[in-house]
Ligand binder design. Structure first.
Ligand code: ANZ
Length: 856
């Protein structure tokens, strides 16, 4: 009995695929293309189980599509700029470039042991100047197109990483990487005009029917379109006006105050002579710019003493507050408050003793007694206490107020987006230099295209806090491209989300030097047909990429708008957590063993261990399992199989020892079943014998059903079902002793089918068994098996077809097939057609499940 030597076998086939260039992709107009892409990894050191899951899913799709005749592009690269490299430089005194490139080496090696069908000739690393130089050119083009600009603004400042964060990178008021509470600062920054595309980005979501609903909703909310009215209040005793934005103009008669942001110019003006107000504003600024921080903080205000006049009643005055819940960056930075119908306004009004007048009354409530307590009423209803609006519904009230304000020249109906422009300046070293020079006379001047690339210098030191580019002795000193006088380079670098906003396009022609990508190549390959990655990128990376693609289109680089036609978001890989019962210290799975009573204990001391919740694998909780160790022990196929079999791919998966063990045992079972067939198998390609035993017939149907089912499973990402199906089929085949009529033949058909079906999931085992079955070809090059439809139908009956009383054919048909189905199947049969000799059919009599009589 030969053993399945997983190590040798996997290495052997990886070598064969590589030497034969099996997965090298070239444009080929004669075949339909299919671009499969997994979100490329950050080279953090070693691959983790999340990578294994992500790349396994992508590889199954890539191999499956290839087998189905598609010209598949499946590339890999490295998202290689970013802060961890700089932090490593500080902690370990290793240059970020060296750290990054060594990590890439390691991780490439690790990925290669997974047996992925990747076109490695297209590998890219975003920290290579050959890559980022094109990004600099794009930025210059965006500047020309008015899609990039510089402005002084309040920014989110991460005090741990000492850098600015985009709004999308602030999660619950904290930096997305450091978890530090974000502060507000005012800085000059480069911005990309993503808001210019707000409507397009929103509309585009409607075309993404192969994206998860949940991601589309998240993006929609992020873009946050609101329709409403902007109008101007007269300020008592002043010439200027106070402009506000409201989505509820219908509630204008329930207004009891106006409020402005602490960063509103009017607030600054008033604070100049009012130290208490200045102190209040400073306090508000300590709160941070995030909506989360603002939403959860206690609502506080400062009465400025100013008064505004109600637009529909000159005798009605409202106090103007500076309030901590009004954002300067949204709408006009000023509001009117209607406490009865907005919770924040209500909290505020209760605190400062302002009136609460309900103006919308639910249809079934008594208008005379309807009152608002601690909860604002935000539902539909009839307008009351609202003079000319009384009796209208909310929607009509909104329109009426909008119309009247427009007529009076006091306001306009408008659309407002929550989306902010994307701030892309980062005060960091390990990123793409922003190609701009600051001249004392000419301000910021774009680097001339002929001077690109602006190369990131590698001779930097990390001994001082701040950005090493600032401390470099020579790099930033240059001359102004306009006047030639001494000038300084921009030392900020780009947000690294820029690199990941276009790498998928670069993969189309990764070697082109003069251009970011070859036009014919992007036209052929884009959009990505199937993109796979984590849900955590639902708004950041996936929104930026959609914007960047549109910006590239506007600048004539390409002709698609949506970069990713299909998106799949996979779940996380989780594991039980363990703590030392005595000390509470986290323990790694490798620190543990089981005692005689089957309890989990420390391997070194036998001390008791508390088994905790199943959570995402993370270094801090030590519940990680190293893929390298798993692949080294069980092989890549077992790791891949377990990743696919345990749960649906969109759900979280619990990694268990028992699970990987089960996968390993199944691999060996398959190996034995096929290499130790009970009878000698007929040669590959032998014709089907005339007669098959009943068992062989039944098995044959099982084979074809499995083929049909699996094709659908893989198409729909139901990998766990696909695994269950192939296991069921292999169990059925294991029952066959091969002695009955035609059974050796059916064993070959069954084994070959199993091997082809497992190919995308366990490619090494597939390749090896394919060879063992006597094929001189590569499984990787084989077409996907086709199910015979007549064998797939649930329950078939054999039906005789007579033409003018003579038996001409017997057909397998679904039991209880409709008469029309039976008739058309009978008439489509070749023998029946021949017997008809072109004569017109006069009559067809169908006896269900028995006979079809054709009269011609
Ligand atoms: C009066 C009003 C009455 C409002 C009412 C709501 C309910 P969305 O849907 O997010 O667009 N608002 C406007 N600008 C603001 C800012 N810069 N900071 C904080 N809040 C602001 O929300 C729009 C509503 O949020 C606007 O409509 C305004 O309050 C407030 F019964 O105006 B509303």
């Amino acid at each position: 009995m030969s053993r399945y030597n997983v190590k040798e076998t996997e290495a052997k086939w990886q070598g064969v695929w590589e030497r034969q260039g099996c997965f090298t992709a070239t444009e080929d107009a004669s075949r339909p293309k299919y671009y499969v892409l997994e979100m490329f990894p950050y080279p953090s050191g070693r691959i983790h189980m999340g990578h294994v899951r992500n790349y396994t899913i992508g590889d199954v799709i890539a191999r499956f599509k290839r087998a189905n005749g598609f010209n598949v592009l499946h590339p890999m690269g490295w998202d290689a700029f970013g802060l961890p490299a700089e932090n490593a430089a500080l902690e370990k005194k290793v240059h970020p470039a060296k750290w990054t490139r060594e990590n890439i080496e390691t991780m490439r090696g690790q990925l290669k042991t997974m047996g992925l069908s990747i076109d490695w000739s297209r590998e890219i690393a975003t920290c290579d100047v050959e890559y980022y130089r094109h990004e600099q050119k794009m930025f210059l083009d965006f500047l020309k197109a008015g899609l990039a600009y510089r402005k002084e603004s309040w920014v989110n400042w991460d005090p741990v990483d000492n850098t600015v964060l985009a709004n999308e990178q602030v999660i619950d008021g904290r930096g997305w990487r450091t978890g530090a509470l974000v502060e507000k600062r005012k800085l000059s920054q480069w911005f990309l005009k993503i808001t210019d595309c707000a409507e397009e980005l929103l509309d585009g979501l409607g075309t993404l029917d192969r994206w998860p609903e949940r991601v589309r909703i998240m993006q929609e909310n992020w873009i946050g379109k609101s329709t409403g009215v902007r109008f101007r209040f007269a300020l008592k005793g002043r010439e200027d006006k106070l402009e506000v934005f409201t989505t509820r103009p219908d509630t204008l008669f329930g207004a009891s105050f106006a409020a402005i942001s602490a960063n509103h110019p009017l607030a600054a003006e008033l604070a100049a002579n009012n130290p208490d107000l200045a102190e209040f504003i400073a306090e508000c600024n300590r709160l941070g710019t995030s909506e989360e921080a603002i939403e959860t903080a206690e609502k506080r205000g400062f009465d400025t003493g100013l008064r505004v006049v109600h637009p529909f009643d000159p005798s009605w005055e409202l106090p103007v507050y500076v309030a901590n819940f009004v954002l300067m960056e949204y709408g006009t930075g000023a509001i009117f408050g209607c406490p009865a119908h907005d919770q924040r306004d209500l909290d505020f009004a209760r605190k400062y003793g302002l009136p609460v007048t309900p103006v919308v009354v639910p249809a079934d409530a008594d208008p005379a007694s309807f009152a608002v307590g601690d909860e604002a009423y935000t539902g539909p209803g009839v307008l009351r206490n609202s003079r000319f609006l009384d009796g209208l519904d909310v929607e009509s009230g909104k329109q009426e107020v909008g119309r009247r304000l427009e007529e009076a020249g006091q306001g306009e109906r408008t659309t407002q987006y929550r989306l902010r422009d994307w701030g892309v300046s980062r005060q960091r070293y390990w990123g793409c230099p922003i190609p701009v020079i600051h001249c004392p006379d000419h301000g910021p001047v774009p680097v001339p295209e002929s001077d690109l690339p602006v190369v990131l210098p590698e001779d930097v030191t990390f001994d001082k806090p701040g950005n090493p580019l600032d401390h470099h002795p020579t790099w930033k000193h240059t001359s102004c491209p306009v006047c030639g006088k001494p000038a300084l380079r921009e030392t900020d670098t780009f947000d690294t989300f820029i690199e990941s906003s276009w790498y998928f396009a670069r993969f189309c022609s990764p070697k082109s030097n003069d251009v970011a990508f070859d036009r014919a190549a992007v036209d052929y390959w884009l959009a990505v047909d199937q993109y796979i990655g984590g849900i955590e990128h639902a708004v950041l990376h996936l929104l930026y990429s959609r914007f960047w693609t549109r910006a590239l289109k506007r600048c004539g680089y390409l002709n698609v708008e949506e970069p990713f036609a299909g998106l799949f978001t996979q779940g996380m890989v989780n594991h039980e957590t363990y703590k030392d019962a005595a000390t509470g210290a986290w323990l790694a799975p490798t620190d543990l063993t089981k005692n005689d009573r089957g309890e989990v204990v420390r391997a070194d001391t036998g001390a008791p261990v508390n088994v905790g919740r199943v959570e995402k694998m993370s270094k801090s909780k030590k519940n990680v399992v190293d893929p390298a160790h798993i692949i080294g022990t069980y092989g890549a196929d077992a790791a891949r199989l377990f990743m696919l079999s345990d749960s649906p791919p969109e759900r979280d998966l619990e990694w268990t020892e028992a699970g990987i063990d089960g996968a390993w045992r199944y691999i060996n079972r398959l190996w034995r079943m096929i290499t130790e067939a009970p009878v000698p198998l007929p040669a590959p390609g032998s014709p089907k014998p005339e007669r098959l035993s009943e068992r062989a017939e039944a098995t044959r149907r099982a084979v074809h059903k499995a083929i049909a089912g699996m094709s659908e499973d893989l198409d729909k990402f139901r990998f766990n079902k696909a695994v269950a199906r192939v296991r069921e089929l292999s169990n059925a085949l294991a029952e066959i002793d091969g002695k009955g009529e035609g059974e050796a033949w059916i064993l070959r058909e069954g084994f070959e089918s199993v091997v082809r079906l497992i190919g995308p999931m366990m490619p090494h085992l597939g390749e090896e068994l394919w060879a063992q079955l006597g094929h001189g070809t590569l499984l990787a090059d084989q077409p996907w098996p086709e199910a015979d439809p007549s064998l797939v139908v649930e329950d078939t009956v054999t039906i005789a077809v007579q033409v003018n009383g003579k038996l001409r054919a017997t057909l397998a048909m679904p039991r209880d097939a409709a008469k029309e189905v039976a008739e058309s199947m009978a008439l489509a049969d070749d023998n029946v057609q021949r017997a008809l000799e072109g004569k017109p059919v006069r009559k067809v009599i169908v006896v269900p499940n028995r006979i079809v009589n054709v009269v011609a």
